[in-house]
Design a protein around this ligand. Sequence first.
Ligand SMILES: NC(=O)c1ccc[n+]([C@@H]2O[C@H](COP(=O)([O-])OP(=O)(O)OC[C@H]3O[C@@H](n4cnc5c(N)ncnc54)[C@H](OP(=O)(O)O)[C@@H]3O)[C@@H](O)[C@H]2O)c1
Length: 256
Amino acid sequence: MPDRPVAIVTGASRGIGRGIALELASSGFDLVINRAQAKQPEVMGEATALGAQCAFAPGNIGESQAREKIVEIARTTFGRCDLLVNNAGAAPLKRLDILDATEESFDRVLGINLKGPYFLTQLVANWMIEQRKEEPERPLRIVNIGSISAYTSSPARGEYCVSKAGMAMMTKLYADRLAEYNIGVFEVSPGIIETDMTSAVKGKYDKLIGDGLTPIKRWGRPDDVAQAVAAIAEGRLDFSTGTVLHVDGGFHLRRL
Ligand SMILES: NC(=O)c1ccc[n+]([C@@H]2O[C@H](COP(=O)([O-])OP(=O)(O)OC[C@H]3O[C@@H](n4cnc5c(N)ncnc54)[C@H](OP(=O)(O)O)[C@@H]3O)[C@@H](O)[C@H]2O)c1
């Protein structure tokens, strides 16, 4: 078995996932890079330049065949998985008031943001349990990229909020179940991060941040989230399984 640890990062082509992939490459991880589209993303070359061996595993994580393929590629390329980062996620194609929003959008968003990571984690967790039997000491961890939307009401994208609230519970469930195997499970909860996902609402959030929505008055960057994932990947939080790291400039604080 190769010495370098291996991370599967979903949705690693752009934004937060790309930041996480590059940070992990710098920390000595080899990578399985997933995205929805079939085209290899530039991040593969960027991570390779940082010393990582990369395998590409495209596919919609909302579909079981794609999830199985991701794990198969990780198994055949590297034979191990030390870290799973469930990052891929999608906003509703159209923001619609909860009184008008469609079942179609609910199924799409829940499929990508909750069912996908829930069952990808099940696949990887079972593989990690196999690995644990062979190597009792090797660090094995899972990180879920949640959101402030897990506990913040945005009625114009209710399905997104519900998906992230579900992911918060998923973190607790897997943290509880996998503790006996010494597999840590964590949630990283980003606030307002500058990526393609938020580009359509940039003006709105510029104003809100300027007006003091977040105690730290700036947009978050993919690297802010990647640093939190790196802290987990380095093993600095291993006794804190099930915990939530808020990467949100203090948004989660209640203020008076
Ligand atoms: N940006 C924020 O402010 C913010 C805040 C809180 C939480 N988050 C969460 O952080 C994560 C990353 O967000 P981001 O802002 O970096 O998003 P982004 O810039 O829109 O990038 C999304 C990534 O996910 C991939 N993806 C989308 N649907 C997928 C699917 N069905 N199967 C596999 N991959 C898929 C995309 O692949 P392609 O390139 O192939 O489309 C891309 O790599 C998401 O879970 C999001 O909910 C973001």
